[in-house]
Design a protein around this ligand. Sequence first.
Ligand code: NAD
Length: 415
Amino acid sequence: MSSNISPYEVAIKQLEKAASILKLDQQTIEILKRPQKIIIVNIPVKMDDGTIKVFTGYRVQHNNFRGPYKGGIRYHPEVNLDEVIALAMWMTWKCAVVDIPFGGGKGGIVCPAKYLSQAEKERLTRKFVDMIAEEIGPEIDIPAPDVYTDAQTMAWIFDEYSRIKGYPAYGVVTGKPIELGGSKGRTQATGYGVAICTREAAKIYNIDLKEARIAIQGFGNVAYYAAEKLYQFGCKIIAVSDSQGGIYDPDGLDPIDVMKYKQKTGTVVGYKNIKKISNEALLISDCDILIPAAIENQITGINADKIKAKIIVEGANGPTTPEADEILFKKGVMVVPDILANSGGVTVSYFEWVQNMQKYQWEEEEVLRKMEEKLVKAFYEVFKISKQYGIDMRTAAMVLAVKRVIDAMNLRGIG
Ligand code: NAD
């Protein structure tokens, strides 16, 4: 159920909608539409077989009015500049919605990540850092993991950058291993944040969590921890899925047990012979709350009208197209947007950076409590704006974020 609209087109449409509510002039919109800086490098890497291949890498720095650029680096054959710009822009809004003092950035390297050996991936990463070392830094631009990059990749970035600078610069990346200054609670943060937003949205709709039936698309990091927390809250997790399909049990699934099965078999499909469901059918299944937590462009103009959930909480980035947003808003479905719903991850990344700056490590309980406080506050700020203007939650989140960014810009001055 995909759509051909490009991520950058989606990002611009969302910005323009918020800009019209804020009555922004065209010049201000121009500033926000364009990234402040785009860095493109061509990285020669010696492969294991002795040949040399050249990979193109991007770092897009969208906006730093509120603080250093922040955002992941993905390794994927389909990375393209248009997408990286959109992702960088969303990071600007995401950091502003939860009110953390970062701007937005994103990076990517066009490469067959799945097929690189660890040694090739390490050489590629270190070379990339060598080429962009002057453009990143704890007070400049702070990368993080994304698709096909992980804590190990961040450890290499930290090491290479520190080697170049001559001191251990822990704050240059987040998502590091705990042993190298990573934060406790980071692994669960995004999923738990999704669950917290789900809980707050349910309160607004007077849905008792103990009776709530929740369908989740995906069963990776975000989906699993959201499911685990919601299960703790007493919800019925009636469906989960992965790229091979999904399982559906109206009596509810135990996510911890399903995960044990997935770890053994590589998929949720086949778990206890529970009824199979396709990813398409899962989205329109009979549930109270739907959590798309896999990939983008899943809820589109084609299926939005068939959605039965009263609340959609976006664990994934960009799972709902602008066309679907309009249909859902007219139907009275609340969509808790990605920039709010999945911001638990970047919030704990910010806490990781704070701990690195403090040279002190917080306990997991403190990290997650502080994350929850930030998310609940942001949730109600967004909800209040949505009521004030009679707009959907995504536009409200954008209004809040864009306003915070332009307030910072106006106070600093354009120069
Ligand atoms: P992950 O790789 O751990 O999990 C992805 C899940 O999606 C897997 O279960 C996979 O099987 C499933 N999937 C892949 N293709 C699918 C398809 N065609 N149909 C249905 N399911 C499919 O990734 P993740 O970290 O859980 O990220 C999921 C989403 O959340 C992504 O959009 C990511 O950008 C976003 N996100 C993640 C974080 C984080 O901290 N991990 C933070 C913010 C946003």
